[in-house]
Design a protein around this ligand. Structure first.
Ligand code: ADP
Length: 274
């Protein structure tokens, strides 16, 4: 498979050369293939958000290099050169609905394409197909996004990112705070984007069921380092290791048995995340 994203010996220090300097990423080397579904897991504060924000150069490495679809990012990369990168890499932050702002759903979703130089017609078409993907029908187009339900608002916000037709989509805990139905809708959408549209997905999550059901690569972070990087099977066939790392295993027996990793009745540690 083609390589989509590579990190080579990346460190990130927040507020370097100050008493508050914080080494948030240390010696990160990582390869993510085109069209893959990579889950990033680990405790709060382990560096997951810092890692993914490098992929669209929202923050830059203190040392080391990141390449994204052939584009190289280092500490020296100028912000002027980032337009094409940002078009290629969609970023869905936590609680993305906080970024809704326009007076109607359709205008909100058209904002990105218009901002990137599309005509009104092109932007409308891109917005309409993105809203179609997130299952928001035309009857909502002229409504205020703030009159929708929480799950709908989140899907409209995600449509705003999809309207740019990104090749890589990064989602940082996209289902946080949603009810089970809202959660399922978002996960089905993300799986469909990956499987049907070949969008490379990078998902930061605390939900181990989602990792098992969707990911083909799992990256486990701890204290700014990658402590494990492998397939779902490689990560989850060692429940004791996960328990030692105190990574939560809700429904562990269920999903592990789906993978045929161990018997349903096996006693599994159920630990609390964060
Ligand atoms: P995660 O996404 O796994 O919760 P983060 O990447 O948000 O972890 O944080 C990694 C570490 O970097 C934490 O110790 C956090 O406190 C610190 N950190 C995150 N953002 C900043 C920032 N803007 N300034 C200083 N330190 C930060």
């Amino acid at each position: 498979m083609d390589q989509e994203v590579t990190f080579t010996k990346v460190d990130h220090i927040y507020e370097p050369n100050s008493p508050l300097a914080k080494l948030a990423l240390s010696d990160i080397s990582l390869t993510i293939d085109r069209g893959s579904f990579t889950a990033i897991i680990g405790h709060t504060g382990s560096g997951k958000s810092t890692l993914v924000q490098h992929i669209n150069a929202l923050i830059k490495p203190t040392t080391g290099t990141i390449t994204v679809a052939g584009f190289e990012i280092t500490n020296e990369t100028s912000n002027k050169n980032l337009k094409q990168l940002r078009e290629n890499v969609g970023m869905v932050f936590q609680f993305p609905e906080k970024q809704l702002f326009d007076e109607t759903v359709i205008k909100d979703v058209m904002f990105g394409p218009l901002n990137y130089g599309k005509t009104d017609d092109e932007a409308r078409q891109a917005a309409s197909s993105a809203l179609n993907l997130v299952k928001i029908g035309e009857q909502y187009y002229e409504k205020s996004p703030f009159d929708l339900s929480g799950g709908q608002m989140r899907r409209v916000a995600i449509a705003g990112v999809l309207a740019m037709k990104p090749e890589i989509l990064i989602l940082d805990e996209p289902t946080a705070g949603l009810d089970p139905q809202g959660h399922q809708e978002i996960m089905e959408l993300v799986q469909a984007l990956n499987r049907e549209q070949n969008v490379t997905i990078i998902l930061v999550t605390h939900q181990m069921e989602d990792v098992v059901e969707s990911a083909n690569q799992v990256v486990v972070m701890e204290s700014g380092k990658i402590v494990k990087d492998g397939t779902v099977r490689e990560i989850f066939n060692n429940p004791q290791w996960l328990a030692d790392k105190q990574l939560s295993l809700p429904k562990a027996a269920d999903f592990a048995s789906k993978l045929g990793l161990f018997g349903h009745n096996e006693e599994l540690p159920l630990t609390v995340d964060e």
